[in-house]
Structure formats: C-alpha cells, structure tokens
Ligand binder design. Structure first.
Ligand code: HEC
Ligand code: HEC
Length: 267
C-alpha cells in the first residue's frame, strides 16, 4: 500500500502562519518566549491565556488543591505522609520539577516526576503506586510542578543520560505510523500553522500537567504524547515506556530555559 506522504498532509493544513506569528509576538507572551523557543501559551487564544493566568479561574488548580491535601495525608504501611519527610512543599519541592526527567543512580534509570512520586510511595511510604492518569497522581504531579512555576527548565543531559537524550532526539525525527509523520513534521515544519482547529506549536513540555479544554480534565505529558503518536495512526507506546521517557528528556532539553508554567491551560 502506498503511504500518503507528509507533503500531502502538509497541504491539508490551512496556511495562516503569518497572522499567527504576529499574535505570538504580543507583550503578554514575552515571558513564554526565550530566544526562538515559544511555549504553547503563545499560540493559545487570549481567552485560554487569561484562564491560565488567573489561579482562581484556572481549572488546573482543582487538582493542585487536591494535591495539597494529599501531601499531608498519611498512607501506606509506614504510616507516613509526604509532609512528614519533606515538610513544606513550597520549600522542599521548589524548582525540583524543572530538573525532570532525571537520572536516578539508585535504580540506574531515568525517571519523570510521576515516577519519582510513585518511587517515594513504594520505598518510603510502603504504599501502592498511583496509577498513570489517576486523579491522585495528576493532583500530586500538578502540586509538585507548581512549586517550580517560573523556574527555567534545566535538565541534566551528560553522563548516563546522554544515550537517552540521543534516543529521544532520534524518536523526535523518526517517522511514525501510516501517515509516516515525525514529531518534527508537525511541530517544526508546520510550527505556527493550523491543523483541524489546533494551532500547531513547538511541542514544548514545560506546561504539564495541562488542563485540556477539549478533554475537560488535567492531562499528563505522557497522555499528550500517546495522543500525538496515535495522530500519526501508529500504535502508541505504553505509559512509562523508555520511548516516552527519552522523548520527555529531549523535549525538556529542547525547551531548556523556558519557565515551568504548570498547570497550563490548552485547547
Ligand atoms: C499530525 C501532527 C502531529 C504529530 C505528528 C505530533 N503532534 Fe504533537 N501536537 C499536535 C497538535 C495538533 C497539538 C496541539 C497543538 C500544539 O500544542 O501544538 C500537539 C501538541 C503537542 C504537545 C503539547 C504542547 C503544549 O504546549 O501543550 C507536545 C509536548 C507534543 N505535541 C509533542 C509531540 C511529540 C513528542 C510528537 C512525536 C512523537 C508529536 N507531538 C507528534 C500534532 C502533532
Ligand atoms: C519516609 C520519608 C519520605 C516520604 C514519606 C516521602 N518521601 Fe519523597 N523523598 C524522600 C527521600 C529520602 C528522598 C531523596 C531521594 C531518595 O529517596 O533516595 C525523596 C525524594 C523525593 C523527590 C525527588 C526530589 C528531587 O530532588 O529530585 C520527590 C519529587 C518526592 N520525594 C516526592 C514525594 C511525595 C510526593 C511524597 C508523598 C506522596 C513523598 N515524596 C514521600 C523521603 C520521603
């Protein structure tokens, strides 16, 4: 079977790049642009931006509030809460999320924030890990990530992490699925254009977890990546797979210096 080429696909994008770019240059966006790196915020319409800007309106804060409650709730056989060991999250978790995914020497593995939280539950609380995309894991991730808001993304990429970064980059440029599209085909070649009502951006990962208006829920970065891989009509990798971890690392590295904006709001 002949695969439809990505060029044919590109033609289905309504070309509105110029106007979009002008919009992306507005003053309000300034803190979400670093050099030629633009976060998804700068592509969002003004209503969505305002929703993100106001913590009382941003629906992501419903999860943050839940995360704050869970922070001091004792669970598991050790009878401990996060607060028992980590004290105030505002201090102990400050800027922590900006450094993830991060290499964990103890287990010889790269971990994202969700996995790190679950590692603590297993090792330090003797509690069951929270399931991917469960309300509790989303809530705690949002709460932890909020403590890094405004901090520049700064992942380490040397030493044992290097091959993971290289693999993440390879996956970003690798064509996936029946549509034969790479992440770069959409997020670099068509950056600024419109696709079925979505304004294609640069695939920056600094806003996760994100409140998605379309889903009416908070979503993890892994959920988004699963959706993007499926959009190429490929079979998605499972949650927590090495592929997504390496991609997460590469995305963070590409977006180095951009401020963490979790919980962000997107269409
Ligand atoms: C068929 C086009 C397409 C492909 C291929 C694609 N995406 Fe996306 N992606 C989208 C659309 C549309 C959105 C929503 C608009 C936006 O933020 O760009 C999106 C959003 C994202 C976001 C969220 C950005 C934000 O600001 O919240 C990330 C991260 C992302 N994609 C990563 C990837 C990665 C990694 C790949 C490759 C595995 C990929 N995408 C492949 C279409 C695509
Ligand atoms: C019994 C004490 C204890 C409890 C309870 C605990 N942690 Fe931890 N946590 C630690 C220790 C110790 C570390 C340092 C790394 C390690 O485990 O070797 C850590 C590390 C972390 C890190 C990584 C910090 C970094 O700088 O990278 C995060 C995030 C974290 N914990 C979140 C949590 C959350 C969320 C909870 C509650 C669900 C929790 N922890 C419960 C002891 C605890």
């Amino acid at each position: 079977m002949r695969r439809p080429s990505h060029i044919a696909f590109a033609l289905t994008l309504a070309v509105a790049g110029g106007a979009a770019f002008a919009q992306a240059q507005s003053e309000k966006d300034a803190k979400y642009r670093v050099g030629d790196k633009y976060t998804g915020y700068t592509y969002a319409d003004p209503t969505t931006q305002s929703m993100q800007d106001d913590d009382y309106v941003n629906p992501g804060f419903l999860w943050v509030q839940e995360g704050e409650k869970l922070w001091s709730a004792a669970e598991g056989a050790a009878g401990k809460s996060c607060a028992d060991c980590h004290g105030k999250a505002q201090e102990s978790m400050k800027a922590v999320g900006a450094l993830y995914p991060k290499w964990q020497e103890k287990i010889g593995k790269l971990e994202n924030v969700e996995q790190r939280i679950n590692q603590c539950r297993a090792d330090n609380m003797k509690a069951e890990p929270w399931k991917w995309e469960s309300p509790a894991l989303l809530a705690m991730t949002a709460y932890v990530q909020l403590q890094s808001r405004g901090q520049p993304v700064d992942v380490a990429v040397e030493g044992p992490v290097k091959p993971h970064l290289q693999n993440g980059e390879r996956l970003f440029y690798m064509r996936h699925g029946q549509l034969d599209l790479s992440c770069a085909n959409c997020h670099e070649d068509n950056d600024g254009k419109w696709m079925r009502g979505d304004h294609l951006g640069q695939a920056m990962a600094n806003g996760f977890p994100t409140y998605r208006l379309k889903e009416q829920t908070l979503i993890s970065l892994q959920f988004r990546l699963i959706g993007c891989v499926r959009d190429t009509r490929a079979e998605a990798y499972p949650y927590g797979s090495d592929e997504y971890l390496d991609l997460e690392l590469y995305l963070a590295h590409r977006g180095k210096g951009l401020p963490v904006e979790a919980p962000s709001v997107r269409r």
